[in-house]
Design a protein around this ligand. Structure first.
Ligand SMILES: Nc1nc2c(c(=O)[nH]1)N[C@H]1C(S)=C(S)[C@@H](COP(=O)(O)OP(=O)(O)OC[C@H]3O[C@@H](n4cnc5c(=O)[nH]c(N)nc54)[C@H](O)[C@@H]3O)O[C@H]1N2
Ligand SMILES: Nc1nc2c(c(=O)[nH]1)N[C@H]1C(S)=C(S)[C@@H](COP(=O)(O)OP(=O)(O)OC[C@H]3O[C@@H](n4cnc5c(=O)[nH]c(N)nc54)[C@H](O)[C@@H]3O)O[C@H]1N2
Ligand code: SF4
Ligand SMILES: [Mo]
Length: 756
């Protein structure tokens, strides 16, 4: 029998709605769901390869446990017993401060992990939480925390109603959007163009997005803060600034004006390589187009001035009058688990304790996240508090982080490494225990993370296609069991796990009941627990969150409100309508206002501006690469970070881990297309194939990340056939973004030479 079933793809943040063809319980075809209210039928090659992932013989379906030095397949009982023994031994010998956790990117694709990792981390009893976020977006999180009072209070382009969009360092045609649930970007952009709207891209590479844009301007890598200062300069100089819509909620405008006045367009041009008239025209368009906005992503955050760039993007949006306006930059409202929908509107959120600082370099956690660039030294450096045990969840830091070979070695030296992962890869090959996760078709999915970034308030939930087999354990039970072990309770039976789950869900309800501004104020928690019924644990958790959330039914207080059952009844998405202005209730800063000029940001900007050495014509915001080049990254449609390379349909085709070099630079350095080159950076080098391309601007080279699948002990046969090289060998773990400790992965100085 053949039937169709809707499903939400969990592979990346875009969370496309898919339509699966199911025959006798097996998926036989996948396509985009044209009726899906979020993704509008979009599907990418990775989503189309979910069957290949299911059928990949290298994908782990049972736990792996190290026995006599070798990773071997094991039962769940054996795996949990091994964790109990070996984690217990580390705690007994070195204490809980010797433990750390690393949260990788794919965590967002498993709802149970998203729901449960805070619990697991709490049971470990250590302050060491490292994240892939520190290779990515912490500058953006800090910006939102400082300006709006919460790191998740992040305005997104309201693209479906927008007429002018400026993208700085993002490539949504390939990435499908990030911190912005705008999947099906191509369609959305086409609709924008059809109504006369314009897309402008600022990027050192003529990206796939730049190619469809109405205008693309090259920028010298790392100089975006200067460019944004230029926009502000013109806006104030020409009297275009208009903050009237949010003026009641604003603090710091005059300070920003003074900074913008102090730069000149010539100076900005010198830094960025963008002509003054182009800067002025963009500034005018942003102010004159009623529905406009600026969006920045990985190219904006993972550079030397990542926080300044993220901050100035917000400032430009506000000064141009585009914040909190339909068709401008709007604050999504997550239907569950969002701190910016709780507590008293526009008043300080709960005061966070002083952040933990790493032992060796003294780097503070920012928004709760410690820089993974510090992880290797915390493992290597002897003394009190040396890390001896690590849990990784859905991450591959042995490839993804700066100077990753150093971290790779450090991982090998740990007394205990537990990995939640579906492959034996560069990181997990060092594990004592690997716990596999359910395949996409076998896990329920709700975008706990992505729904903070929606372009419409649409809620979707997809159930697992089938129950896991008799000997399988759900991701949620795994997380509970490991948490129980880590807390010292040991392994729990079914009743024990159920009691633990009840405690977690009661926690959600109790917090909601205590929120006098929420829908569930004064909720009877026992009654609500009973109303949640006997659904699987993760569904009770989600239902509790949704019903007490800002659209929720409050367990009866708001009978027309949202419940999980209502979401399930709408497989194309429960549509709660377009984003609505909410600056009057979303802020959680101390002042209750938007902080336009946070002290630390202003000070750091001064540091950047003082370092200006335009006299010699080099852009200081960018790296002064001497007679070398600067390196930027390049995401690719058929992989996601370090994985996807093991699936035949994604791996086929010509070699992709190439260094793009501009023809002028190639001439100068005698590099030929397809020839081998050596790239030196941070005192190390790698070799790969050159691709001569005028897609990159002169002086810039581009290499993708996530490659380098040639490590002993990894088990990814397809990926190993075309391993590529690991660009992160060239990244410097000691050179971090000043305000957050985020890695600097773009605008990195390198030298390149041709190999015979
Ligand atoms: N040079 C350079 N480096 C970069 C970047 C860059 O642009 N340039 N980008 C950075 C960014 S933005 C990020 S987010 C990081 C990502 O850094 P990481 O999160 O460390 O790396 P990923 O490759 O995303 O790791 C995902 C892991 O999850 C596993 N996995 C996939 N699906 C599942 C599942 O369903 N269950 C389980 N249990 N595991 C699963 C995969 O096998 C893989 O090991 O990389 C960063 N590194
Ligand atoms: N297919 C695919 N999709 C993905 C991923 C993937 O690996 N593959 N990864 C996912 C993840 S973890 C994330 S975080 C998102 C990222 O989503 P995006 O940020 O949209 O993706 P990137 O391709 O990294 O875009 C960064 C852009 O910044 C440019 N850039 C580099 N340096 C500079 C600079 O100094 N200034 C400016 N203005 N631009 C610069 C680069 O050329 C690049 O075009 O994508 C997600 N989606
Ligand atoms: S863009 Fe591709 S991988 Fe990401 S959610 Fe959509 S189909 Fe899945
Ligand atoms: Mo990312």
């Amino acid at each position: 029998m053949q039937e169709k079933q809707n499903y939400v793809c969990p592979i990346c943040e875009a969370n496309c709605g898919l339509e699966l063809t199911v025959e006798d319980g097996d998926v036989t075809a996948i396509r985009g769901n044209a009726h899906d209210k979020v993704s509008l039928g979009h599907i990418c090659p990775k989503g189309a390869s979910l069957m290949a992932l299911r059928d990949d013989p290298d994908r782990l379906t049972t736990p792996m446990v190290r026995k006599d030095g070798k990773l071997v397949a094991a039962t769940w009982d054996e795996a949990f017993a091994a964790i109990e023994d070996r984690l217990g031994a580390v705690i007994a010998e070195h204490g809980r401060e010797s433990l750390a956790m690393y949260i990788g990117n794919a965590t967002i694709g498993t709802t149970a992990y998203m729901a449960g990792f805070p619990m697991l981390f709490a049971t470990l009893g250590t302050p060491h939480l490292y994240t892939a976020g520190t290779l990515d977006h912490v500058p953006k999180l800090l910006t939102c925390e400082e300006m709006y009072g919460n790191s998740f209070t992040n305005p997104v382009p309201d693209i479906d109603r927008m007429d002018y969009l400026l993208i700085i360092g993002g490539n949504p045609i390939v990435s499908n959007g990030s911190l912005w649930l705008a999947t099906g970007f191509r369609k959305r952009h086409q609709a924008m163009q059809a109504r006369g709207g314009r897309l402008v891209v600022i990027d050192p590479r003529r990206t796939e997005t730049a190619k469809v844009a109405d205008q693309h301007l090259f920028i010298r890598p790392g100089t975006d803060s200067w460019f944004l200062l230029g926009l502000l300069h013109v806006m104030f100089r020409d009297g275009l600034a208009d903050v009237s819509a949010v003026s009641d909620h604003l603090s710091g405008l005059e300070e920003v004006r003074a900074i913008a006045d102090s730069v000149s367009l010539e100076q900005v041009s010198g830094q960025t390589g963008i002509a003054g008239e182009d800067i002025a025209a963009i500034a005018r368009a942003l102010c004159a187009t009623p529905r406009a906005g600026v969006y920045g992503r990985v190219g904006a955050t993972t550079q030397e001035h990542g926080t300044l760039t993220s901050w100035l993007i917000e400032v430009v949006n506000i000064v141009a009058g585009n914040l909190d306006q339909p068709g401008g930059m709007m604050f999504p409202k997550a239907p569950a688990f969002a701190a910016n929908t709780r507590g008293k509107p526009n008043s300080p959120g709960p005061q966070a304790p002083p952040p933990f600082k790493t032992r060796v370099r003294g780097m503070p956690a920012v928004c709760g996240e410690l820089p993974v660039s510090c992880l290797a030294e915390e493992i290597e450096t002897p003394g009190d508090g040396q890390l001896r045990g690590l849990i990784t969840i859905c991450g591959n830091p042995a490839l993804s982080s700066p100077n990753s070979d150093r971290l790779d070695k450090a991982l090998e030296s740990l007394d205990f490494l537990l990995c939640f992962d579906i492959y034996v890869n560069e990181t997990t090959r060092h594990a004592d225990v690997i716990l596999p996760g359910a395949h996409a078709f076998q896990k329920p999915f709700y975008g706990i993370f992505s729904l903070n970034y929606g372009v419409r308030n649409v809620i979707r939930y997809s159930r697992a296609l089938s129950e896991p087999g008799a000997d399988a354990v759900s991701d949620w039970e795994i997380l509970l069991q490991v948490s129980a072990i880590a807390s010292g309770q040991g392994r729990l039976d079914a009743a024990g796990l159920k009691a633990m789950e009840d405690t977690v869900i009661r926690g959600v309800l109790t917090e909601a009941a205590a929120d006098e501004y929420g829908i569930a104020d004064g909720l009877d928690v026992d009654k609500a627990m009973a109303m949640l019924g006997n659904k699987p644990g993760i569904e009770r958790f989600l239902d509790a969150g949704l019903r007490t959330g800002p659209f929720g039914d409050g367990f009866g207080a708001n009978p027309d409100g949202v419940t999980l059952d209502k979401v399930i009844a709408e497989p194309d998405g429960l549509d709660l309508g377009p984003l609505v202005p909410r600056v009057h209730e979303v802020l959680r800063t101390q002042s209750g206002k938007v902080e336009l000029a946070p002290r630390r940001f202003v000070d750091q900007l001064q540091v950047m501006m003082n370092a200006d050495d335009t006299e010699d014509g080099t852009a200081d915001g960018a790296v002064d690469a001497g007679d070398g080049l600067v390196l930027i990254g390049r995401r690719q449609a058929r992989s996601i970070n370090s994985w996807g390379h093991n699936l035949e349909p994604l791996a086929k085709g010509k070699f992709r881990c190439t260094l793009q070099v501009h023809p002028d630079d190639a001439d100068r350095l005698s590099i030929v297309d397809g020839g081998m080159v050596r790239v030196n950076g941070a005192g190390r080098s790698i070799e790969t194939q050159a691709e001569i391309s005028d897609e990159v601007m002169p002086g810039v080279v581009s290499l993708p990340h996530g490659w380098g699948h040639n490590k002993d002990g990894a088990r990814m046969a397809v990926a190993a056939k075309s391993p590529g090289v690991n660009v992160n060998i060239l990244m410097d773990e000691n050179r971090l973004e000043a305000l957050t400790g985020n890695a600097i992965l773009n605008a990195v100085p390198v030298t390149v030479s041709a190999l015979a």
